[in-house]
Structures are given as structure tokens and as C-alpha cells.
Design a protein around this ligand. Structure first.
Ligand SMILES: *Cc1c(COP(=O)(O)O)cnc(C)c1O
Length: 568
């Protein structure tokens, strides 16, 4: 496909492109990657833009007490990416910063790739400080972040033009980080009309081009920059910013979310509940819901892939077909899952010496270690856990997750899980895998018997790892938040935690209530089903694939974006 025929530009601060490339930190980047992979499957005329992170997010090391330290990720850029000859510049504090792009082609099932351009400022023409601008994902302070977002938003649009993308009809901002692209589009419009400064007509035109997906109900998740930073970084353009303050900012701040909200004709949250919460946060805006998804061919384990290839040919390019998982013989589903489970347990034992048992009921929990995700809720009452293992049947737990380097509370949480692991020795086996990443996620979501999620509602915008588990026939045991509100059918696709706890005030009472509900459900429903009613357990597994795998995928998600935002 010629670059001039590409119609949708997808911008994301992180995109997970391949397990070897450290260009993501967690769910946002995985979603972006799974979106691009689905676009390639459907031969959608898309290009994607992100930054090249020469040092990645970070490599996680955990000491004997569970204390996390971070190392830069070492990787060789030109082993994976192709450098392009084009150069563009952005101006930061009146300095000219040169930007180059590296290309990575994401191949689809029918071989029509979506090109991804990774922007890089590590050029000899640049000052030492500017050269390191694209080193780290989510590293540095507010000023550093603003400069990175100038490279992504403004540099990104300029690079697309330099590459010949002249026919772009939509600019999709995956979260507010890329919001500054709207400024560049405004200047393009003004320039086209022979004006130096943009006006209301330009704003309308740019709105018709832009699409914005907001991803977090956590206020800290929304980037804000002091206007003086913006003025210092961008210079003269801020004259316009001042005159259009109501469009871009509030209270002396450039708020990237408001910028994107005001300059997009279509805005959505990433699950129904999240859209509802976002409408409360941003009352003046029309905010729709497009629930996230995952790319099944990326997340199905090799044994599951072989199973689907046998029974549901065509499932790779058309995820809706996973509905027919209901006709796969239960024994074959169980057999494929056992193979996935062996793969996980061998990996965990080799890495951690935890001595996990393939026949034990295995609980998986892995995601970024942010406090609202409450990774330690399962360890609320260790005596109760021991009692459950003694009474309902033996079980073991596999954990993984990175805390943001500046999140002291998150780091304490990992230590707390290590302490619980030691306290449970002899009763419940617990393993914590270091350096959670794509490869470990793949093993975990397929090899666990149940996928646990215990966020503090309504903080989980969507969550996607439970969807990856569903594709592998692994049911979720989860607090009702994010996608699970839509995906759970009790005792059919998995199990809910804390349904009655919504009446509890946020705080200790809510935590006690959720923990009690988690223990009761494990002890009385989930573990007994696993050991004593295997037929029913496998039926839940098949329904997880058929009902949730067939819907919570990026093929369905992308179709909704096409209908509602891209080509409407
Ligand atoms: C899917 C994924 C996530 C996101 O998981 P959530 O359940 O949405 O929090 C984070 N990290 C990795 C490596 C993943 O694969």
C-alpha cells in the first residue's frame, strides 16, 4: 500500500510490537500493539506512530526481600528496526531538535503489513540532552515528559508528512500523550489558508480529523503541564494558546485530556463503566464506549492455537469465530490447557525454584503493581488462606508485575507479597516471577487455572489480561470493574468477587468485604469445582473462550472504531 493511501494515523506513547522490543510498559502498549495487529489482519489503511525507547521502560530485578531495582534494557535497535532516511525537526526552547524514524512492519494474517514508525532523537546534530529525549518510556520529570510529547505529537505529524502520508483522514490519539498533534494540525490548516495564526474554522476542521480514547479514571493518569513550561518549550505558538485558553487549558495548566477532548469529534472510554465514569469527570463532553480487546492469535498459547486450528479454521483473521469453541470436545480443551499449564510451571520452577505442582489448582495474578490494583488483597488473611488449602484442596499462586520506578508504595507492595510467600511456606506455594513482560504474560494467562483480578472499583478502566486468559479458556475470578462487568456470567465465564461490597465505603471496610468474598468464593465455589466437578470446570473454560474470547478482541473493537470514529 502506498503511504499516500493510508487513511488512519494511530498515535501512542507505547506500542508493544514484539517480545524482543522494550517499547511498552503495560496494558496501554499491549492494547496499542494488539490494535495494530488486528488492523494488519483486516488490511486497514493505518500507520502507527510512537517513540523509540533505547533503554526501554526498565529491566526489573528483585532482591531476596522483594525490593525492586531497575536497570536500563539493553537491546540492539538495528537488529529489529529499519532506519529511514527522512529527517524532521521540532523546536524546543528555540533549539532545533532533529528527529529520525525507524520502521517496524506489523504483519497480518493475510500479509498486508501496517507500518509503525518509531521516532528517535539520538542524532549527532542534537545536544546531549536532546539526544536522550527518547531513551526512556515514562522516565524523567514533567518537563522531560512535555518534551517527549512534543516529539511524539508535533514531530509525529511532521514525520508522517515527510514520509508521504498526505491522505490521512483520521488521527487517533491512544490516550492524551499525543495530544500536541492537534496543535500541529491547527498550524497546517492555518498555513494552508495563508494565515500565521489558526482560527475557529481551523479548530472545526481539526476536530473532524481527530479521535481520542481516554484510558484512566485516575486523575494522576491525565498529563498536565504548567503553561509556563509550554511557553518555554514551544515559544511563539503560545500566543495562540493564550487566546484560546478555554480550548486547551484550565487553571494555568495545559491539560492534555482537555486538549484532546476539545479537538476530537469522537471520544471514547475503554469499557462501558469507564465511559460512564469519564462522563462524570468531563461533564461537558460526549463520551462513547468502545470496550477494549486483545488479539487472539497473539495471546492463544501454542497448544490452544493448535486446538483452534483443528476445530475452528479461520479463527486467526476472524475472532468472532471463537464462538464455535462450544463445539470443541471438553477433553481436548482440558488437554490443551494441561499442556499450557506444564509450560508455565516448568518456567516458574526453573526461574524461582518454587516447586509448583502441575496437579495443583493454580491462581495467576500479573499486571503493573499500582496500588489501586491491590495485588496483595489475596494475602489479607494468611490464616484463612492456609485453612482454605487444608479444607478445599491444595492451591498455588503465581505473581508477576513491575512497580513504576518512582512508586515507593508499589515497591513496598512487592515486598509485602514476598513476606506473605515466606509466611505461607509449607501451606500454599507462592512464586513471584521477576521482570514481567510479554513472554511471561503469555505463559501466565494460558497456564493458570484461574485469572485473579482485585482492583479498587471504579479505578480499573478496562483491564485486558483477563481477556487474554479468556482466549486460553482460563476463567476470571475478579472484582466487578472494567471489562469484567460486561464479561462475567456467574459460574459460566468465571466468578465475581465482592458483588455485595459496592455498598461499602471506600477504605478498610471495602477491603475487608472484598477479601472475605474472595476467600468464600475460592473455598466454596472455585476450588471445589476444579477438584470435584471437573466437567463443570471445563464447561466454564469453554464458555470463557466462546462468549468472551469471541467478543473481547481487537477485531470487534477495531470494527467499532471503523463504524463510529474512522469512516462514519
Ligand atoms: C496485558 C498486559 C498488561 C495489562 O494487564 P491488565 O490486566 O490490563 O492490567 C500489562 N503488562 C503486560 C506485559 C501485559 O501483557
Amino acid at each position: 500500500m502506498k503511504e499516500s493511501n493510508r487513511q488512519i494515523a494511530y498515535f501512542s506513547m507505547e506500542i508493544a510490537l514484539a517480545p524482543e522490543l522494550p517499547t511498552y510498559s503495560g496494558g496501554l502498549g499491549m492494547l496499542a500493539g494488539d490494535t495494530v495487529r488486528a488492523a494488519a489482519d483486516r488490511a486497514l489503511p493505518m500507520v502507527a506512530l510512537t517513540l523509540l525507547y533505547r533503554k526501554g521502560y526498565f529491566f526489573q530485578q528483585l532482591d531476596a526481600s522483594g525490593w525492586q531495582t531497575e536497570q536500563p534494557v539493553e537491546w540492539v535497535v538495528d537488529d529489529f528496526l529499519t532506519e529511514l532516511p527522512q529527517r524532521v525537526t521540532v523546536t524546543i526552547e528555540s533549539r532545533t531538535v532533529y528527529v529520525r524514524a525507524w520502521q517496524y512492519d506489523v504483519a497480518g494474517t493475510d500479509g498486508s503489513p501496517v507500518p509503525v514508525y518509531l521516532l528517535d532523537t539520538d542524532l549527532p546534530e542534537n545536544s546531549e540532552w536532546d539526544r536522550h529525549l527518547t531513551d526512556y518510556l515514562y522516565g524523567g520529570d514533567t518537563w522531560f515528559r512535555l518534551c517527549q510529547e512534543i516529539v511524539l505529537g508535533i514531530g509525529g505529524v511532521r514525520m508522517l508528512r515527510a514520509l508521504g502520508c498526505s491522505g490521512l483522514q483520521r488521527f487517533h490519539m491512544n490516550e492524551g500523550h499525543a495530544g500536541l498533534l492537534t496543535l500541529e494540525l491547527l498550524y497546517e490548516q492555518a498555513k494552508k489558508a495563508g494565515r500565521a495564526i489558526f482560527n475557529q474554522t481551523d479548530v472545526e476542521t481539526v476536530r473532524s480529523l481527530c479521535v481520542f480514547t481516554t484510558h484512566t479514571p485516575v486523575p494522576a493518569g491525565h498529563d498536565q503541564f504548567p503553561l509556563e513550561f509550554v511557553r518555554r518549550a514551544l515559544g511563539p505558538c503560545c500566543g495562540d494558546l493564550e487566546s484560546m485558553k478555554e480550548v486547551f487549558c484550565c487553571g494555568g495548566l495545559l491539560n492534555m485530556t482537555y486538549l484532546a477532548l476539545n479537538l476530537s469529534h469522537y471520544v471514547n472510554g475503554v469499557a462501558k463503566k469507564h465511559a460512564e465514569v469519564s462522563r462524570q469527570m468531563f461533564a461537558r463532553y460526549r463520551i462513547d464506549a468502545v470496550t477494549n480487546g486483545v488479539h487472539p492469535a497473539t495471546w492463544a498459547s501454542p497448544p490452544m492455537q493448535a486446538l483452534f486450528d483443528r476445530h475452528i479454521p479461520g479463527w486467526r483473521s476472524d475472532s468472532f469465530m471463537l464462538r464455535y469453541a462450544l463445539s470443541i470436545p471438553p477433553a481436548e480443551v482440558w488437554d490443551a490447557h494441561q499442556k499450557s499449564k506444564r509450560r508455565l510451571i516448568e518456567h516458574v520452577n526453573k526461574l524461582t525454584n518454587a516447586g509448583l505442582d502441575v496437579d495443583y489448582f493454580t491462581v495467576g495474578f500479573a499486571r503493573r503493581v499500582a496500588t489501586y490494583k491491590r495485588a496483595d488483597l489475596l494475602f489479607h488473611d494468611l490464616e484463612r488462606l492456609k485453612a482454605i488449602a487444608a479444607k478445599a484442596g491444595p492451591f498455588q499462586i503465581v505473581f508477576a508485575g513491575k512497580a513504576h520506578p518512582q512508586d515507593a508504595k508499589g515497591k513496598e507492595l512487592i515486598k509485602h507479597i514476598f513476606q506473605a510467600r515466606d509466611a505461607l511456606r509449607g501451606h500454599v506455594k507462592v512464586a513471584y516471577l521477576p521482570n514481567y513482560d510479554w513472554d511471561q504474560a503469555r505463559l501466565m494467562v494460558a497456564g493458570s487455572d484461574v485469572w485473579l483480578n482485585t482492583p479498587q472499583p471504579p479505578m480499573e478502566a478496562s483491564g485486558t489480561s483477563g481477556m487474554k486468559a479468556a482466549v486460553n479458556g482460563v476463567p476470571s475470578l475478579s472484582v466487578l470493574d472494567g471489562w469484567w462487568i460486561e464479561g462475567y456470567i456467574e459460574d459460566t465465564t468465571g466468578w465475581a468477587i465482592g458483588e455485595i461490597c459496592d455498598l461499602q465505603p471506600v477504605g478498610q471496610d471495602r477491603i475487608d468485604c472484598d477479601a472475605a468474598s474472595l476467600y468464600d468464593t475460592l473455598e466454596q465455589v472455585v476450588i471445589p469445582a476444579f477438584y470435584k466437578n471437573r466437567g463443570h470446570y471445563v464447561d466454564v473454560m469453554r464458555h470463557a473462550i466462546a462468549l468472551n474470547g469471541s467478543f473481547f478482541n481487537t477485531h470487534r473493537m477495531l470494527l467499532q472504531y471503523v463504524l463510529k470514529a474512522y469512516f462514519e
